[in-house]
Design a protein around this ligand. Structure first.
Ligand SMILES: C[S@@+](CC[C@H](N)C(=O)[O-])C[C@H]1O[C@@H](n2cnc3c(N)ncnc32)[C@H](O)[C@@H]1O
Length: 221
């Protein structure tokens, strides 16, 4: 079985897959039909979820893990005065995120290369964590959520989405990417619920749209 961490760290992989993925996800005219046909999903729910970033008051601290090419940056308001940390295991994805921030005229974002399971942040550092399209790419999503929760302040929120298994036509696609080491083991909707709860989060929203599970949860005080 290929090592999923090594795959995502590879610059060659990123240059091909990362570029293609990122182009698709940044262009709704492309992601909408792919989402509908391949995943049976309404991707508008994803773009709506990104607004949570812009809803954070000045002075907040936000962790975007994995930031990828900076999809969630579009949620920021230009005048928003927050600490925004964009973290990812892939140096090339972080470079892509930097270019995206420059395009959007966003200054002051901190970029951190790290594995989700061993992040260099103190406990209770962030008011909001966002984790979009990431858990299915990680080798141990339950461990990733424990670590993400550790970095949240009590009462802090985690918002995101991930692909889930055993949902119709996308399953063969997910299985193929698991075999290639692009995706980790992933899970079903009930697994996402268990991972969130076991990490110490109270689930505020868990909604499935085709093979995409959208979640919002709060760390207990
Ligand atoms: C499909 S992209 C999603 C990125 C972005 N959030 C988005 O929605 O476009 C998945 C990202 O997860 C990152 N990733 C994969 N495994 C990781 C790990 N173990 N720790 C941190 N990031 C990881 C990859 O480098 C990639 O940027």
């Amino acid at each position: 079985m290929p090592d999923v961490r090594a795959v995502w760290r590879s610059r060659v992989f990123e240059a091909v897959w990362g570029a293609a993925y990122n182009y698709g996800i940044e262009h709704e005219w492309l992601s909408a039909p792919i989402g509908r046909v391949v995943f049976g999903s309404d991707v508008r729910l994803l773009y709506d979820s990104l607004r949570v970033v812009g809803e954070m008051p000045d002075g907040s601290a936000i962790l975007d893990m994995p930031c990828g090419g900076g999809l969630a940056f579009r949620g920021m308001r230009p005048e928003q005065d927050v600490r925004y940390v964009a973290a990812d295991i892939s140096v090339s994805m972080l470079d892509r995120a930097r270019r995206r921030a420059a395009q959007l005229g966003l200054d002051g974002i901190e970029y951190v290369e790290t594995d989700v399971e061993s992040m260099p942040f103190p406990d209770a550092e962030f008011d909001l964590g966002v984790c979009f399209n990431g858990l299915h790419c990680m080798p141990d999503p339950a461990a990733a959520l424990v670590e993400l929760t550790r970095t949240l302040k009590p009462g802090g929120r985690l918002v995101g989405d991930c692909l889930i298994r055993d949902v119709g036509r996308s399953d063969a696609y997910l299985a193929a990417l698991r075999r290639l080491g692009v995706f980790g083991p992933g899970g079903r909707l009930a697994d996402v619920e268990r991972w969130l709860t076991d990490a110490g989060l109270r689930i505020d929203r868990l909604e499935r749209s085709g093979a995409l599970a959208h979640f919002a949860a709060t760390r207990g005080v």
